[in-house]
Design a protein around this ligand. Structure first.
Ligand code: AMP
Length: 181
């Protein structure tokens, strides 16, 4: 039985075939943001699940760019700091970078140096967990900056791409508001 939130997300998240390239079934989460109550429910659900299972966190790391939306909502509800991990060349001050493999080619993510406090327990947030490379890169950057990865949260997880396996070693605390098999 799906919970009410899962049912709502299953309806709101739109499948777009062959985007951005043939063979990819893109999960479009933009309709979710049209519903203010649904956004609230997602953030409350992640906070409840995460805090119940894993205790408190000190900061949220939001991954560019679709991780910014609900990440900020979570951080604001908890009244804790948020910092972004962004694609190469976007952050203006001194950065550290991490390059990881994609299906074709590679990608680089960056973090501002000096923003992470050594005692911070950090939850990494993104919209979707697919192959896990992006979340893994964020975890590597947090570790390189001396922070503790307290876990991960996502609006949606694509189970069949097994991203969970790639990030489990950083933290087993992985919360997704909905999982697609
Ligand atoms: P990955 O590194 O493979 O886990 O990919 C995660 C990032 O790519 C997330 O930031 C998602 O926004 C995006 N992404 C990957 N696959 C999809 C998909 N099928 N639909 C929508 N977004 C996706």
């Amino acid at each position: 039985m799906m919970t009410q939130l899962k049912e709502k997300l299953d309806t709101a998240i739109r499948n777009v075939p062959d985007f951005p390239k043939p063979g990819i079934r893109f999960k479009d989460i933009t309709p979710v943001f049209l519903d203010a109550n649904l956004c609230d429910e997602i953030a409350d659900n992640i906070i409840k699940e995460f805090v119940t299972r894993n205790g408190g966190i000190d900061a949220v790391c939001s991954i560019e760019s679709r991780g910014f939306f609900i990440g900020m909502l979570i951080a604001n509800k908890l009244q804790i700091p948020l910092f972004p991990v962004r694609k190469a060349g976007k952050l203006p001050a001194k950065t550290k970078s991490f390059t990881y493999d994609l299906e074709y080619g590679s990608a680089t993510l960056e973090i501002h140096t000096g923003v992470v406090k050594p005692d911070w327990k950090i939850m990494i947030h993104d919209d979707i967990l697919a192959t896990g490379g992006t979340a893994m890169a964020a975890a590597e950057l947090i570790k390189a900056e001396g922070g503790q990865v307290a876990g991960f949260s996502f609006i949606a997880e694509l189970d069949f791409l097994k991203g969970r396996d790639k990030i489990l070693s950083y933290s087993p605390n992985i919360v997704s508001a909905i999982r697609f098999s």
